[in-house]
Design a protein around this ligand. Sequence first.
Ligand SMILES: *[C@@H]1O[C@H](CO)[C@@H](O)[C@H](O)[C@H]1NC(C)=O
Ligand SMILES: *[C@@H]1O[C@H](CO)[C@@H](O)[C@H](O)[C@H]1NC(C)=O
Length: 501
Amino acid sequence: MKPYFNFPFLLQFSVLFVQLYGGASSYGEALSKSIMFFEGQRSGFLPKDQRLNWRGNSGLGDGSADNVDLIGGYYDAGDNVKFGFPMAFTTTMLAWSVIEFGEMMPPAELRNALVAIHWGTDYLLKTVAEPDRIYVQVGDPVKDHNCWERPEDMDTDRTVYRVDAPNPASDVAGETAAALAAASMAFRSSDPGYSQTILTTAIKVFEFADTYRGAYSDNTDIRSGACPFYCDYDGYQASDELLWGAAWLARASDDVKYMSYIENNAKPLGADENIYEFGWENKHAGLNVLVSKQVLEGNVYALESYKASAESFICTLLPDSSSWHIEYSPGGLIYRPGGSNLQHSTAITFLMLVYANYLEASSSSVNCGNISVGPAYLRGLAKYQVDYILGENPKGMSYMVGYGNNYPQRIHHRGSSLPSVWNHPKPIQCKEGTIYFNSSDPNPNVLIGAIVGGPQEDDEYGDDRADSRKSEPTTYINAPFVGVLAFFNANPSLTQVSTPK
Ligand SMILES: *[C@@H]1O[C@H](CO)[C@@H](O)[C@H](O)[C@H]1NC(C)=O
Ligand SMILES: *[C@@H]1O[C@H](CO)[C@@H](O)[C@H](O)[C@H]1NC(C)=O
């Protein structure tokens, strides 16, 4: 495939843009907002210091259908269901953001990021409180999606979905182990007791994931709730989450057992299947990047295949290389078909920056066929994605709500689009919300920091509430972007897309 655009032209264009429009993006403001967004997604009792104050308490009976406490956690997107699989992935990515870039964050934002992780881990701990059991979801998604209701009013069935051994849930349990292990590292200095608790839990949850192997959505009781939303489609034995969970435990616990696990299971669990994707459904690219740290820093030859896979992934991103494979829009945005595109852009951008850090720490570079690139090039490529998302794009639009002068006004989000409970205390029933859904007015409540699904492959964006593929925010679009913004806030003047020489 031939390039759709040429980078030198875009480079000139963006230099001109910055000259005309007065300065680079304010990464610090974007960082702060990207974290604030998570407060808008909270379920449960809201604390007094809740900043997105148009929200109220919700889901206070969650878990009662099974006589357990499943209050709290995050709504995944613009609906009111709590899906465990993407929630755990979101928590892992928030934690990875802090592990990799937390030291670069202003202290107040590091605190806010830790609070956002805590909100996730507190809920995840509830889902795995019983041995060999995991609660994977709360809320009947079909009934929920059929209504346009505020979380504070929601009255559809809060069905509780759980998996008990010997039924498998290697995907959700593996991702939950990853989230708790990664978070244990994020909390290590600020809250050592909590850090230890969640690490111990991660070890038990991983045991459950590994002992009973398979995808949670192969279970018919679960499939009706999780599919087609967060089905584990790629889930042959949910092998990517097993390796991913073990890789995080290897880093968090220093127990050689997990290092041996990722060594010995690389082949049987298909670590080298090169799937050029990183998101809630597929962990391969992230796994390979994560494990490469060990290879680049030490002499762990047994893990060399992970590094080879990570580099072949990185090479697919480079338009100047003969290994280039990933699609970019004409305006230069990483693009994958299938909706909610910015989840790919933010997660892949995160991996570019993490890999750049690992390369820098080991004074290495990546060989991609006819070119070789180092950290500066990867950071330049990452900066291009960030600046695009924040407004330097053909539409001149920021895809972060509440950031810049021109951002999405009609996001596909129930709470944001319906009047706040404080202004309209009377409940708005299921179908009574439709007039707000149909309205062409801007949403009354600004979900500050939410990054939407984003433009389509030709860089167009309609700002249409009904077009959920473009206008719906999700927690896993934002989570990796927190780390990305922390990096650019600390390094604002790097050059976009420097060409390797
Ligand atoms: C590398 O190869 C690709 C495709 O074969 C080509 O488009 C590109 O210009 C080459 N890059 C360099 C730096 O030679
Ligand atoms: C909302 O829009 C749909 C499709 O355009 C229409 O069928 C429906 O009658 C509208 N409902 C209300 C309450 O405005």
